[in-house]
Design a protein around this ligand. Structure first.
Ligand code: HEC
Length: 162
């Protein structure tokens, strides 16, 4: 009789534990669903859309800085950071990684440093800072298991060299 009560208790506890785990999984899937819904409602903030936009302007940024067209470089940087803005404060998840928080923790500071060297019209410092930015882009790509590694110098330049 006593044994039966203990086993009831164990079964009861297991049910509670399972419910807890189920709730955890449910609440996680809710936050993923919410992030997905946000991305669908606002196509500009879809991670892949932001990335493609950044890539286009990052390439323009490289060539204009290299050729010391500082006005163009300034505009390109504004476009890159404008695209990146769509990621911040949104809690967009990529798998289990909060892309919004990760991007916001690394990109704005680097954009600021690039803005400074463009302002100073310093080509050498620009090329250093540009390289630094590409490393930041790629460190997140590695962390999220992306093979789309951005090249430095950009791919067009590599093709020009061959
Ligand atoms: C916080 C993380 C993070 C940072 C920082 C980041 N990326 Fe990405 N990037 C991703 C993720 C995640 C994907 C995959 C998106 C997908 O396939 O849905 C991606 C994909 C890409 C792609 C491939 C897009 C395609 O067509 O599939 C390019 C190009 C790209 N990123 C460029 C950049 C550039 C340029 C920077 C820096 C200015 C940058 N990324 C910074 C996370 C990041």
């Amino acid at each position: 009789m006593k044994g039966k009560r203990i086993s009831d208790l164990v079964v009861g506890l297991a049910v509670v534990a399972l419910a807890g785990i189920a709730f955890l999984l449910w609440s996680q899937s809710q936050s993923v669903a919410k992030a997905v819904e946000q991305q669908e409602n606002d196509p500009e903030s879809r991670v892949v859309a932001v990335m493609q936009k950044m890539e286009v302007h990052v390439e323009r940024l490289y060539y204009s800085g290299r050729d010391q067209d500082w006005e163009q470089a300034k505009q390109a940087l504004e476009a890159v950071s404008g695209a990146a803005n769509h990621l911040y404060h949104r809690n967009l998840l990529y798998g289990e990684i909060n892309i919004s928080a990760a991007a916001e923790s690394v990109l704005p500071d680097e954009f600021k440093r690039l803005g400074d060297v463009i302002q100073r019209r310093d080509r050498e410092a620009f090329l250093r800072e540009y390289r630094q930015m590409i490393q930041i882009c790629n460190s997140c790509h590695r962390a999220t298991g992306q093979i789309a590694v951005v090249q430095e110098p950009p791919s067009r330049e590599r093709r020009d060299l061959h």
